[in-house]
Each structure stands twice: as C-alpha cells, then as structure tokens.
Design a protein. Structure first.
Lengths: 366, 257
C-alpha cells in the first residue's frame, strides 16, 4: 500500500524528527543531527507530493466503496483514513487535521493532501512552551481556588495533553471614527443651609483616524472562541514565515471558518476600541457617555497564521474540562468545577461575619 | 471675698436670665408654654403626665418654650432653669427648653447629676432626641413633649429595674437585626459569587486596544459645546450638631430642628 502520509524522519538514523520549542532548527533527538528548516522542507517536499498523490488515489477508490458502506455521507465527509509511513497502520483523523501523530507508533505525521484547495498560512508562531510547562501551569492554575472539589485534584488525572497549531486570521485595519459624547461637569457649593449642585452638560464631538494591526481571530470552529480570545496576546515579533516543518511532532488544524466569516468578530473589537480612543480625548469632565458613533474602515489586510496552543483535557463526575495554554507565552486559561457545599460554607461564613459587624454599626445609627 | 463676689455675679446673671423667660424658681411648674405652642388641653395632659412620673420616680421634670432666645445660649439658660426650679428632687431633675425663633429653632435638655446617672449625656439624651425631634420638626409640639416624657419614663423605669442607665443600643434591636441580615446575605452572596468567578479565567475579548498601532491615532475634530446647566439644592439637616452646656453639675444636650 502506498504511503498516504509523510513522517518526518531523520535522513541519518531514520528516527522520527520533532521540532523542539525554542529552537530555530529541527534536531534529531536520537542521533543529534541538526537540520535547517529549509533543508527539511526540500527533503520531504517530494515525499509529500507522492503521499498526496497516493492519498488522492486512495480517496477516489475509497469514496466509491463508501457509497454502499455502513457510514453516512456526512460521517464519511468528516472522517479520513491515512496510512502511517512508519508502521503501516491506518490513522483516522477528521477532515481538518493537517498534522498529527500515529496512535500506534507515535510517529509525527503530516497529512499533505489537507493543504490542497486551502490557503497556505503566511506565518507560524513556533511553540516555545513544552508539555512540562503545560502540566506545571495546570497545577499552578489549581492554586488558590478555594472552591475546587478535593476529589478533583486527588483523583483527577489529565486525560490528554495535545500541542496544536490553530489557524488564526490576523486583521490589519485602518479606521475613521466619529463619535458624539455627552459630558458633565459637576460643581458642588456648600452653604450653611444647603448643598447646591451645578451640573453643566456639554456635547462633545470627536473624529479621528487610527490603525490596528494583526487582530487575531481563530479560524477553527472546533476551538471555543472565548478560550482563543482568552489566551491572547501573542508576541508577533517571534512570528516567522510559514514552514510545514514546524508542524513536526504537533497537531495542526486547517481553517474551516474563512476570513470573511471571521471579519465581524474583528470589526466589533475595532469599533469598541476606536470609540474608547476617542472618548479618552474628552478630558476635563466628571462624567462622559457615548451618544452616537460611527466607525468606517478605510482599508485592511488579512494574513493567515498558525499559532501554538496546548490543549489539556480532563474529566470530573462524567464532565469533560478543557484547559488551554498559549504555546508561545504560557498564558493559561480554563474553567474549573466548584464544590457546592464549599460555596455554601463560604456564603454562610461571610454572611455571618458581615451580619455581626453590620448589626452593631446599625444600632449606632438607628 | 473675691470668690463670693463672683458667685453672686453669676447668680445674679442667671436670675436675670431666668426671669427674662418668665420662669420663677418658687413657681417651677411642669409646663411653661411662653411661645404659645400648646393648647390648654395639651398643657393639662402634659402636666398630669409629668406629675405622675415625678411621683412615681421621685424626680422633677420641666418643659419650657420660648419664642426666642434673644441671643443667649440655650444651654446656659436651660442649666439656669434647672438650677432655679427643677433641682433637688431625690432622683434628680431634667428640664427641656425649646426656642422657636424662625432664625434658629433649637432645644436643650439640662439634667442634674442624679438624673445624669439615670439619663446619660450620650445614650440617654440621644434616645430622647431620637423619640422627640422628628415630631418637633413636624411642628407637632404636643406629641413631641409626650415623646419626651415617655422616653424619660422608659429610661427611669429601666434604671429602677436594672440599676444602670438605659442604653437602647445595649439591647436587641430588631430593625438593626433585619438590616444586618439583609446586608449579611448580600455580603455572603458577593463572596460566594467572587469565589465562583475565580474558578474561571475564560473571558471573551471585547476590545482590540492591544493591537492599536502606536502613534497611529490622529485626532481630526474636537469640538465641545455647552448645552445647559442643571441646579439642584439640598437642604442640610439641622437636627444634629447641637450646642453643649455641660459642666460638673449639669448634663444633657440639645440641637436644632
């Protein structure tokens, strides 16, 4: 059977190659051979082409057989099988997986056919944080969580820790913003008999232009938008031109939400910030609120980047809990379960303490 | 000789002051309504009520109203009234002086030391004030003075039974308990919600300010236009901050209303 995937193997010892976080070269962990990213790309370009052709041939054959099989067309559309070039096992992955590892031999595996018909990423932010960093960050995240169930940390084991390159659209935007604000200036005059409050109301008009650069919006429907926004920001100074060699040893998804679909999320953030920038120029008043606003985009570029994310999953009381860590900066986000009896205990304790103090204070004034 | 002269001078001054307000020592009755604030029925009711309390607890109680203090200190005059007409009872005396001068509506309660032990300058006087002043503010003088005598009786009754001065804040206060319960529950709920929210740091990004290019902002229009002015006036409370004429032999307290 022809190989339908490509394993990045060391040309010297044939061991699996993995890109190590923090390095600018691909290093064989077994024989120590160091390879330039460009060299790895050239080395395996032909293998990828061959694998892609083999995959196309297999899919054509497989599709006809699937027509009368036990899977529905939707299920078939979402699943693909690949042959591991290292051990020959069949790997099942969903339709958007670009890079994975063989579940049998653990070999890092590229699925080159997945790149066809899609845009090639412009940039990639290489992983800097390791699996050990992710585990340590999870333990640190548990600290200080007073409502964390004891059983969660005592019996809990992280089920899965996966490093994944997630597709992101980076929006550049030049905007022209106009806004009207209602501002108030308050002057309080104290006399012997009364307090006089003079509130002067102003209409403040502001217009201006500004540029936003590389606002990230994830292009994967599988990734929770709130999680993806929570792991921001990324350090774009470390972003490099895309090379598939960075995918070795990592999972990678291709986008399934195109840039056009992602535009509204970026636009909403730009509008909010543009109005706030204008509002900051309304100075010398005690209160200021937005009366009306208009934000007009006058230009914008979009680039496509793959960003590194560690995904940790665990299970508690039958419920899955997912945590994510920015693979570049180490920013860790997630939601933990809470113990309802502990929550009630804290409520009762705090309520009793506040009640005790408030009672004696209230008695002084009543 | 010098000391005797100064005592005589003070005595003369107080006598003149008291005489000016139509209260004579030898005729110190229960109620002197010089400001004509009370009806005859109200005066009779107050007088009988005061006599009942005086007989029951062995004290002297007075109420004096004046149309104006004519520039004199209400505390000093109340002390003089006490000395001239309401001192000497076994368990002490207390006199309330009320002035309804439109320029300054004020009151003062003066107590001697035996009464001071029963109605303390802080908790006791404050308790009578809390009962009486709201009615004074509403110009319901008859009701205000009944509140005054009622509060005195409560304080004296408590002292007779417990042997210590009445302090409303020392006992259980239902209203304070209700307020404490509500605020306590809100506080407990706030703590609970804060702890629950700390279990997650997943927050959607609403802004793009981190991606604003430095120095790219160009303010092209800035126009501020005055529209109008709102003026609100809030009257200051006059019930607090009363003057004090306390000394070694006089207690009490007062204020304006």
């Amino acid at each position: 059977m022809a190989d339908t995937s490509v394993s990045y193997k060391c040309p010297h010892c044939d061991a699996p190659l993995s890109f190590q976080p923090g390095n600018d070269k691909v290093t064989c962990e077994y024989c120590g051979t160091e390879l330039e990213i460009s060299a790895v790309e050239e080395l395996f370009q032909k293998k990828q082409e061959m694998a892609a052709k083999a995959q196309a041939a297999q899919e054509a054959k497989w599709d006809t057989e699937a027509a009368g099989g036990e899977w529905s067309e939707d299920e078939m559309a979402a699943m693909r099988t690949f042959t591991c070039s290292s051990c020959g096992a069949e790997i099942v992955a969903d339709e958007n997986t670009m890079a994975t590892e063989c579940c049998y031999c653990g070999n890092p595996t590229m699925l080159p056919n997945r790149f066809s018909g899609m845009l090639k990423p412009d940039f990639v932010i290489p992983f800097k944080k390791t699996k050990q960093d992710a585990v340590a960050a999870l333990k640190e995240f548990y600290k200080g969580k007073r409502l964390l169930p004891n059983a969660f940390t005592a019996n809990n084991r992280v089920e899965d820790i996966q490093p994944m390159y997630v597709p992101f659209w980076l929006f550049d935007s030049s905007v022209e913003a106009h806004a009207e604000f209602r501002a108030e200036s308050i002057n309080v005059i104290e006399t012997s008999d009364e307090t006089i409050t003079e509130t002067s109301v102003y209409n403040c008009t502001r217009s201006g232009t500004m540029d936003f650069q590389r606002i990230p919006v994830d292009g994967s429907s599988k990734m929770d938008n709130d999680y993806m926004e929570s792991i921001e920001p990324f350090d774009y100074s470390e972003m490099v031109p895309f090379s598939a060699a960075y995918f070795t040893g990592y999972l990678a998804d291709k986008y399934d939400e195109d840039a056009e679909t992602s535009v509204p999320r970026a636009d909403k953030r730009v509008e909010t910030s543009a109005i706030e920038v204008l509002q900051d120029t309304v100075e010398g008043y005690d209160n200021c609120s937005v009366e009306s606003s208009a934000v007009i985009k006058s230009g914008g570029n979009v680039s496509y980047a793959m960003v590194p994310v560690w995904i940790l999953t665990t299970r508690y009381n039958g419920q899955p809990y997912t945590f994510m860590m920015n693979g570049q900066t180490g920013k860790f986000v997630g939601s933990l379960p809470y113990d309802k009896s502990k929550a009630m205990m804290y409520f009762a304790g705090a309520a009793a303490a506040v009640m005790f103090v408030t009672y004696f204070i209230a008695k002084l004034f009543i | 000789m010098k000391r005797i002269a100064s005592v005589l001078t003070i005595f003369l001054a107080l006598f003149v002051a008291v005489a000016a307000f139509s209260v004579r020592a030898e005729a110190a009755g229960a109620v002197y309504d010089n400001a004509k604030l009370l009806s005859q029925a109200e005066i009779q009711k107050l007088t009988s009520e005061i006599q009942r309390i005086e007989n029951k607890y062995g004290v002297r109680i007075g109420i004096v109203t004046q149309p104006s203090m004519q520039g004199r200190s209400i505390g000093q005059v109340a002390n003089a009234l006490l000395d001239q007409g309401y001192r000497g009872a076994p368990n002490g005396g207390i006199v309330l002086l009320v002035s309804v001068d439109p320029k300054k509506r004020e009151y003062y309660m003066s107590t001697d030391n035996p009464m001071r032990a029963r109605i303390t300058d802080d908790a006791g006087i404050k308790y009578i004030q809390s009962e009486m002043v709201p009615k004074l503010k509403d110009n319901k003088y008859g009701e205000a003075f009944l509140k005054y005598t009622g509060a005195i009786e409560t304080a004296l009754d408590y002292y007779a039974k417990e042997g210590k001065p009445y302090d409303p804040s020392a006992g259980f206060h239902p209203l304070a308990a209700i307020i404490a319960l509500i605020i306590g529950c809100l506080g407990g709920y706030g703590v609970r919600e804060t702890l629950i929210s700390s279990m997650s740091n997943v927050t959607p990004a609403a802004r793009a300010s981190e991606y604003l290019v430095d120095d790219s902002f160009d303010l092209q229009e800035s126009d501020d236009r005055f529209l109008f002015m709102n003026v609100t006036r809030t009257k200051k409370s006059k019930s607090s901050g009363g003057s004090s004429a306390r000394d070694e032999s006089h207690g009490g307290g007062g204020g304006s209303f």
